[in-house]
Design a protein around this ligand. Structure first.
Ligand code: HEC
Ligand code: HEC
Length: 378
């Protein structure tokens, strides 16, 4: 299996980079103490997310405060951008979209993949010197070294930089963007690819549930629907300990406190628990939360930033029990079949037929210089 996968990767744009990225992704020798890799939190069998509300760090007793998101389609998340819009009073306003991490604090994937190595609550390395030293001792070091001419191999920054670029190349591989859920077959014209309940759920999703307002069913940054507009909102997630300001921490604006990026709903049936802090355990409960949050304050308890909670689009949707069940059913049609087909000893999901190579869709992957940084702009 591993051999087959490696050959598949080898067809990509920079095969050496993606293949090395894969090895780095699974290397448990790059944490302090050793034992944690990217895959420890981003489990391929859970669509590269973590079934625990928050993930423990490499150091015993430490943990983060956010639920580990899926890495499927993560390379398609656009860089953060501010768009001017006119609000309902014809006043000039703006919306923020995109950015990596749930609060958008990393401008692009290359910046993002550096962070976990040095987070105290994650892999806990002391810096690039330590990362480079460990990469030089890794079993795949000879392969990494081939990318350098002599002296550069001693340069910590360059060795670490190669690891980041390799991880980005890996996350851009076709296996992370199969678009082969049953909903894709339905949208491609195969009427019976989804069940009657799922069809009813799709209708609720677009109409009464108002879900598609934020979880777009149209296309945007990519030619296929990603079920997100990459905007930011505060749903009023139940608190789990200390307050998490989300986007507000980055922009320092009061009205953005407690906002988090709208996630893609692809593979959401595999990524429980839900919301940025993993505070809601099942899709059914989450739909009950959307439906009646305002009416059941005692059920959901306190939220971190009540003053910025969205009261326009959710909280009292008046959906029936049947509509909620149909919505949940619909979300099971969003799971990629490459993930469903994984066998117990598969390391990674397979590559779906017909997915374009990274090289041929290169223009869709943004580079850090494409967009402006809102924190600097306003
Ligand atoms: C200890 C658990 C843990 C480890 C180890 C870890 N991650 Fe993560 N990852 C997370 C969490 C939690 C978040 C969300 C954090 C946030 O928003 O502040 C995240 C976010 C991400 C994102 C952004 C996804 C998005 O939707 O914006 C990417 C990409 C990512 N991680 C890749 C990696 C890579 C590559 C590695 C290995 C170098 C790694 N992670 C190691 C827990 C982990
Ligand atoms: C106003 C925008 C908006 C609307 C409308 C909306 N959502 Fe969301 N959705 C979000 C945001 C923002 C988050 C992440 C919130 C957080 O992490 O605290 C989210 C999270 C989710 C999640 C959890 C995903 C995960 O991985 O944790 C699911 C499932 C979901 N929404 C489904 C729906 C459904 C179904 C509807 C319609 C009933 C809906 N949403 C309506 C913005 C919206």
């Amino acid at each position: 299996m591993v051999v087959v996968l490696f050959l598949q990767l080898a067809n990509g744009v920079e095969p050496h980079l993606a293949g090395m990225g894969q090895k780095i992704f699974f290397d448990t020798g790059l944490s302090q103490p050793v034992g944690q890799s990217c895959a420890s939190c981003h489990d391929p069998k859970q669509a590269f997310s973590d079934p625990r509300p928050v993930s423990p760090g490499a150091v015993q007793g430490r943990e983060g405060n956010r639920n580990t998101p899926s890495l499927m389609y993560a390379a398609l998340i656009p860089a953060m951008a501010v768009e001017d819009v006119y609000d309902e009073n014809s006043e000039l306003s703006y919306i923020i979209e995109g950015g990596l991490f749930l609060d958008g604090r990393s401008h692009d994937l290359l910046d993002q993949v550096k962070q976990p190595f040095f987070e105290k609550n994650e892999m806990n390395l002391s810096g690039e010197k330590e990362l480079a030293a460990r990469l030089r001792r890794a079993s795949y070091a000879p392969e990494l070294r081939k990318a350098f001419n002599g002296a550069d191999w001693e340069n910590d920054k360059m060795v670490a930089g190669l690891a980041y670029r390799s991880l980005v190349a890996f996350l851009r591989e076709p296996l992370f963007r199969p678009f082969n859920a049953r909903i894709d077959e339905f949208w491609a014209g195969k009427e019976d690819a989804i069940t009657p309940a799922e069809k009813r759920g799709l209708a609720v999703f677009i109409t009464k549930g108002e879900c598609a307002k934020c979880h777009f069913v149209g296309t945007g940054v990519w030619p296929k629907p990603l079920l997100t507009d990459y905007g930011y909102d505060n749903l009023g997630a139940p608190s789990r300990g200390s307050k998490d300001p989300g986007l507000g921490e980055l922009t320092k604006r009061e009205n953005e406190m407690g906002q988090f990026r709208v996630p893609s709903l692809r593979n959401v049936a595999l990524t429980a628990p839900y919301l940025h802090n993993g505070s809601i355990g099942t899709l059914k409960e989450l739909m009950e939360f959307y439906n009646a949050r305002n009416l059941e304050p005692e059920r959901w308890g306190k939220t971190d930033y009540p003053e910025t909670v969205n009261h326009e689009d959710m909280g009292d949707l008046k959906m029936t029990k049947e509509e909620i069940d149909d919505l949940v059913a619909f979300m099971f049609a969003l799971t990629d079949q490459t993930l469903l087909k994984m066998k117990p000893d598969d390391v990674l999901p397979g590559v779906a037929e017909g997915v374009p190579s990274t090289e041929s869709v290169k223009t869709f992957f943004e580079s850090r210089r494409d967009r402006i940084d809102p924190a600097a702009e306003r």
